[in-house]
Design a protein around this ligand. Sequence first.
Ligand code: PLP
Length: 346
Amino acid sequence: MKIRIDYFSDTNFAPSKAMREYMMAAEVGNEAANEDPTVNRLIDMVCAMLNKPAGIFLPTGTMSNAIAYKTHVRNTGDYIILDETSHPLIVQSGLIAGLVHATALPIKGINGIFRKSQIEELVARPAVRNIPKVRLVSIEQTTNFGGGAIWPLADIQEIYALCKQHNVLMHLDGARLFNACIASQISVAEYSKYFDSVFVDFSKGLGAPVGSILLGSKKFIERAWYYKFQFGGAMHQSGFLAAGCIYALENNIINLAEDHKKANYLAKNLSNLRNIAINPDLYQTNIVYFSLSNSEISPKKFLASLLQKGIRMVNIGNKIRAITHYGISYSDIDQTLAVINKILSS
Ligand SMILES: *Cc1c(COP(=O)(O)O)cnc(C)c1O
């Protein structure tokens, strides 16, 4: 069955014709020698937007997290604090242990968001011979497996003050940072201010095929270059890819507001269906989670029935996840609701 309506991920829609044409026309050079003019232009644009001194172009968000962690960590085994549902812990092939050689210290947050009080003791603990030091707190904005929730600025500020006091660094996984900004009306620069490193992704809702930028101080980025080479992320004529990211920045951020409205429309209408458990108020951005209540049907069977009609969602544990994006229209959502209604009442 061909997938017609794909809620699997906001990466799952093809670059527009205009983006492809813009990419093909890019001026390029040797990126690994800092000589690709389009990559350099993208880095300058993003540094200006986020008000950070330096940046580095990387193929994926996963590599951005890995290189940021690797660059920040001092001793093997150092602790990295992050929410227990964070993307690097769940779906990045164990990179904290496998590649960074650090120890993840998972915190049980709510919707991917933890509070200062939960980490205060850990952050304040002095280094001792036989216990690793907490080196880094890593936060995800928005939270993927937390349902696209937005970290409140006040919580970030409190954690920042705590970390500063104890010389602990902060990293922002900004795979969907622009979604948070559009929804909260808080600027990317304001969110970024509290972090020693930030990455932003262009291949999620922004629709570029590849690309992210990791930002930080000049010294941090110089060290990040070492790991970019070590991890095989130093590229050559990658200006073609950077051009897709520039196109996305200039044209597609505005689409994210529409993605959020679509997710809200989906969530509100799902809440009116029988045998669906969802609190639509939880979903402020483009990620929706729901579960099947009082129903004989298992999540697996439900997803298979959807797929038979060309509609794809996924299950994360017992919950079903749907992500809206540019490639999904309101009429697609109406069709989806009708199909779900039929599956659940049969
Ligand atoms: C997708 C995602 C990543 C990884 O990005 P890739 O470009 O797919 O490697 C990291 N963090 C979060 C929160 C994500 O959703």
